[in-house]
Design a protein around this ligand. Structure first.
Ligand code: DAT
Ligand code: MG
Length: 151
């Protein structure tokens, strides 16, 4: 119960712009539980697997270049409907179509610099979490506030 996992990643532009804390704060404040977190500079091969469904797109090479250009902050957040709510909190892929109040709608403009990634389905949440984190890197823990977040 309430164990759904989504993979959220602050992209290199989000890190450069000092938005790591802001993004994490939104998930924490909402009541989601952080179960994994690390900073790393991903290899192109790792990103090509992460974005494998987009291989045929014209922007793929540029996307891999940008995403491998510097450190990212990779995270797994857990909780009720974490995937769907994560996407809602992120806003639309194109920030110009993201509502104010969303992460992309509040902090960015161009689709190729949209500062944050979030899994788009429960299945990709699981696949991406396992792609970025080994078993022992994902924590099982019970926040003291759980019974005040969930009824
Ligand atoms: P999302 O990140 O919202 O899940 P996606 O999976 O379709 O969107 O694409 C992954 C990333 O690729 C996206 O965050 C930014 C980039 N991208 C998507 N569409 C693009 C486009 N038309 N031009 C340039 N970059 C694009
Ligand atoms: Mg996607």
């Amino acid at each position: 119960q309430n164990k759904e996992r989504t993979f959220i990643m602050v992209k290199p532009d989000g890190v450069q712009r000092g938005l790591v804390g802001e993004i994490m704060k939104r998930f924490e404040n909402r009541g989601y539980k952080l179960v994994a977190c690390k900073m790393c500079t991903p290899t192109k091969a790792h990103l090509e697997e992460h974005y494998r469904d987009l291989k045929s797109k014209g922007f793929f090479a540029g996307l891999i270049e940008y995403m491998s250009s510097g450190p990212v902050v990779a995270m797994v957040w857990e909780g009720k409907e974490a995937v769907k709510m994560g996407r809602m909190m992120l806003g639309a892929t194109n920030p110009l179509q993201s509502n104010p109040g969303t992460i992309r709608g509040d902090f960015c403009i161009d689709v190729g610099r949209n500062i944050c990634h979030g899994s788009d389905s429960v299945e990709s949440g699981k696949r991406e979490s396992e792609h970025w984190f080994k078993d022992g890197e994902i924590q099982e823990w019970s926040p003291a506030q759980s019974k005040w977040v969930y009824e």
